[in-house]
Design a protein around this ligand. Structure first.
Ligand SMILES: [Zn+2]
Length: 340
């Protein structure tokens, strides 16, 4: 089969890779209908994260089940399925508490490489959620968004306690930040402040429900959010970048007693103890337990309530994956969808 392999920073190739096979009785093999490039794939692409030799890429996927292992009971060949970027049993104590991304048996899907024609999904019963019927082609981008960026933005909004009567600020205008805006509105927030300097992303943030846009970053961005909230700061702040500046903007933009939901993969972020101490904010975040939200999100997509697939502004055949990486690296595209 064809699949994306990163050889070194900036060097992404589509190559022949071995077809995946059932290795455990709990595995499923899916034929990938659509996959995509993640903002986190850009960290190794830019050399910020080390690439240890040729590495299969991708952890977002939707597809049709081809084959299941002997112990798989809840999904069957022919079904359209969505899974998250962690395979999880969905039965252990941590999963049952809603933290499937820390499942005691978790397997990172990134290690299997979903930017390919076929994919082995471990712990298929716990990991995959099937739609009632194979969906129309027009809904595939939205289901694919549920695999990571929508689920991650949703978790961030939940972690930040977005809800009725609350003002939510979202730091970061990548796909996750934009979908955190959508999530905050769906969860009932009255006011959603999006932090973005880019016209096209501001437009999408508004479409997803942002009521205010702040273009400043860092301390100026904090001051603007305070201006908009009577000097107090937002009740809920989503951090969806993962840099020192964005994390501190999020902490400082939150009012005393408020909540920060952080989902940007942090790189060299250190929160100074005294600033945290005096902030009086709640911090909750990490790799999103997307599986917790998948059934609800898939229902909202299926009935047309939400259209998160709008974040894909570039679509390419899998063989042209390298162009998709470049476009995202240069911020010409928010998110690239790849068709195997
Ligand atoms: Zn588990």
């Amino acid at each position: 089969m064809r699949g994306v392999v990163m050889h070194a920073p900036g060097d992404v190739r589509v190559e022949d890779r071995p077809d995946p096979r059932i290795e455990q009785p709990t595995d499923a093999i899916i034929r990938v209908s659509a996959t995509c490039v993640c903002g986190s794939d850009l960290w190794p692409y830019r050399g910020v994260q080390k690439v240890a030799g040729p590495t299969p890429m991708g952890h977002e996927y939707v597809g049709i089940v081809e084959e299941v292992g002997a112990e798989v009971g809840t999904v069957r060949p022919g079904q359209f399925v969505v899974g998250s970027f962690w395979a999880s049993d969905n039965t252990c104590e941590i999963c049952r508490a809603g933290y499937q991304s820390a499942c005691v048996h978790r397997v990172p899907m990134g290690s299997l490489g979903s930017q390919a024609q076929y994919l082995r999904v471990p712990l298929a019963d716990g990991t995959l959620v099937a739609t009632p019927e194979v969906p129309p082609a027009g809904l595939i981008p939205s289901y694919l968004a549920a695999s990571d960026v929508l689920g991650t933005g949703w978790f961030a909004a939940v972690a930040a306690q977005a809800g009725p009567g609350r003002t939510v600020a979202v730091v970061g205008d990548g796909a996750v930040g934009l979908l955190a805006v959508l999530a905050a509105r769906q969860l009932g927030a009255e006011r959603v402040i999006a932090v973005s300097r880019h016209g096209s992303r501001q437009k999408l943030a508004r479409e997803f429900g942002a009521t205010d846009i702040v273009t400043e970053r860092g301390d100026e961005g904090v001051a603007r959010i305070k201006d908009l909230t009577g000097g107090l700061g937002a009740h809920s702040v989503v951090e969806a970048v993962g840099t020192q500046e964005s994390m501190m903007q999020a902490v400082h933009s939150t009012r005393a007693g408020g909540h920060v939901g952080f989902v940007g993969v942090t790189h060299d972020v250190a929160v100074p103890g005294m600033e945290l101490f005096w902030s009086l904010v709640h911090l909750h975040g990490g790799p999103a337990p997307v599986r917790r939200f998948l059934p609800d999100l898939m229902r909202l997509i299926g009935d047309g309530t939400i259209n998160p697939g709008r974040v894909f502004d570039l679509e390419l055949p899998l063989d042209r994956a390298a162009e998709g990486y470049t476009a995202m690296d240069e911020r010409r595209a928010v998110k690239t969808l790849l068709r195997p």
